[in-house]
Design a protein around this ligand. Structure first.
Ligand SMILES: C[S@@+](CC[C@H](N)C(=O)[O-])C[C@H]1O[C@@H](n2cnc3c(N)ncnc32)[C@H](O)[C@@H]1O
Length: 202
């Protein structure tokens, strides 16, 4: 099934809190975003889905926010939830592995998208766009399943990472600033081990 169809089907058939990656409050992402210094004035959330991160970023007063997702259903639902506030956000619908330009951002955030890129050419396309979109000195926060995390998500195979494997995957255009392991509890109480890394574009 094409990627877009898969994700549109997920968001059409499941409520926000019926997906394993649901979190009522994206605390770890927000904490890491606040730690990145100087505070970003522009953020892109890659594969934002229906995450509440956009609500919190709007609350925090960040002046340029873009949400990118392959699923038009997820984007429509999130816009609907935000109501008038949706107009303050740039919405980009597309596959991160085939978009050629999204503009530039101080901070690139990705929770649970990069790990779906199991083919090298897709990771290379993603990273080519990230390098183009984050100026030197900007940051990338990336959250994936950790090395002891699940082998699949949403029925799709994933790659799992730790600080060393992510640093070597990102290559010499990104420098590891900090990393941490995180245990996410799904809405049905199952633990999933995540890796979160903060990288600086060099
Ligand atoms: C596991 S969900 C995580 C959603 C969100 N980041 C969160 O933390 O709640 C993965 C998201 O990435 C999107 N996605 C998957 N593959 C993608 C791709 N190749 N390009 C853009 N978005 C993608 C999906 O539609 C979905 O919203």
């Amino acid at each position: 099934m094409p990627r877009k169809d898969h994700w549109d089907a997920v968001y059409t058939t499941k409520a926000n809190d019926e997906v394993s990656w649901f979190e009522a409050d994206p605390t770890i992402s927000l904490d890491l975003i606040q730690q990145v210094s100087p505070p970003p004035s522009s953020v892109i959330d890659v594969g934002g889905g229906q995450s509440f991160l956009v609500d919190r970023l709007l609350d925090s007063g960040i002046d340029q926010i873009a949400i990118l997702d392959i699923s038009s259903v997820a984007i429509s639902r999130t816009k609907e939830r935000l109501g008038e506030r949706a107009a303050s956000v740039e919405w980009i619908e597309g596959d991160i592995t085939s978009i050629s330009n999204v503009g530039t951002f101080d901070l690139w955030h990705d929770r649970a998208v990069f790990h779906f890129l199991t083919e090298r050419k897709d990771r290379e396309a993603y990273l080519e766009l990230a390098v183009k979109s984050i100026p030197v000195g900007g940051h990338m926060i990336i959250g994936t399943f950790g090395t002891d995390g699940p082998e699949k998500c949403s029925g799709l195979p994933v790659c799992r990472y730790d600080a060393d494997s992510m640093a070597s995957t990102l290559g010499n255009r990104f420098m590891l600033v900090s990393s941490q392991n995180h245990v996410h509890a799904t809405p049905w109480g199952k633990e999933q081990h995540f890796f979160f890394g903060v990288f600086q574009r060099v």
